[in-house]
Design a protein around this ligand. Structure first.
Ligand SMILES: Cc1ncc(COP(=O)(O)O)c(C=O)c1O
Length: 259
């Protein structure tokens, strides 16, 4: 999570309100200092916090997500706009006390979570923290077991965050390796370790290159970090033997290709 207070202060200074992209952050938390209480993402950490339940997220409904707010007016507006601007959804129209008559009261969208997806999600919600704890166990295992490998840099673990551990990105120290990131990933994949890169920066996508004329050197930090990134597998159902295999494979790869 971001430093919530820094974002809040900036928003207050500029008279803005914040919509938090919390796509990866369910559940996670922030605190100002170790003697301060935790503030969980979505519990008024922004005016609105948006979580993603897409298939590759920490909990999933297949597609969709959840927007949360403590502001009743905003909540009403989001409900209205997410279903065509209809005065009544189907449940209200067909229930015993509902009316068949509905009106379009605003130019809305079709952004509602389907009932079937919601039925999946409602049973995932109580499991989310237990699944996070399992990912945290795996992340700690990675952190401890890979700490002595000089060819890689591990993600930080600040003590004022509860991390969702949606991803476990490492950065290769390319100056200590004889191969580049792409070759590193190819070898991992050949060995049977699924991995990815999160993410290709915007300025390196053809659409943005062509539309805005952006070049890799226009954003040198993002370009350099991207060339070093590899996300290792991490998911709550990951078995201990699978973690051991990933660790073994990475160690072997680094030994073979160390400069
Ligand atoms: C940071 C971030 N924000 C938003 C999204 C979009 O989420 P969704 O696919 O649920 O619209 C994603 C999807 O991966 C994401 O990574």
């Amino acid at each position: 999570m971001m430093d919530v207070e820094a974002v809040r202060n900036l928003a207050a200074k500029l008279d803005l309100w914040t919509v938090e992209d919390a796509a990866h952050a369910f559940p996670s938390a922030w605190r100002k200092a170790s003697d301060q209480p935790w503030q969980f993402c979505g519990n008024q950490t922004g005016a609105v916090s948006c979580f993603s339940f897409y298939a590759n997220k920490t909990m999933t409904t297949g597609e969709g997500g959840m927007a949360v707010t403590a502001d009743g007016d905003l909540a009403d507006r989001m409900r209205l706009m997410s279903l065509h601007g209809l005065s009544h959804d189907s449940w209200l129209r067909y229930s015993a006390n509902g009316s068949w008559d509905y009106k379009i009261v605003a130019p809305g969208f079709k952004y509602n979570l389907t009932d079937i997806a919601a039925a999946l999600g409602i049973h995932q919600l109580p499991r989310a923290e237990q699944m996070r704890q399992e990912r945290e166990r795996l992340a700690r295992w990675y952190l401890e077991s890979l700490a002595d490998i000089e060819e890689i840099e591990l993600p930080p673990e600040p003590n004022d965050r509860i991390h969702s551990w949606h991803l476990f990105p490492i950065r290769l120290r390319l100056d200590r390796l004889k191969i580049d990131r792409d070759a590193f990933i190819s070898e991992l994949k050949e060995a049977g370790v699924g991995c990815s890169v999160h993410w290709r920066p915007l300025h390196l996508h053809p659409y943005y290159e062509q539309t805005f004329g952006w070049k890799p050197e226009d954003f040198p930090v993002a370009t350099a970090v991207w060339q070093r990134l590899v996300s290792l597998p991490i998911f709550s159902a990951m078995k201990d033997a699978e973690v051991e295999f990933v660790l073994e494979t990475i160690r072997g790869l680094c030994e073979r290709h160390a400069r």
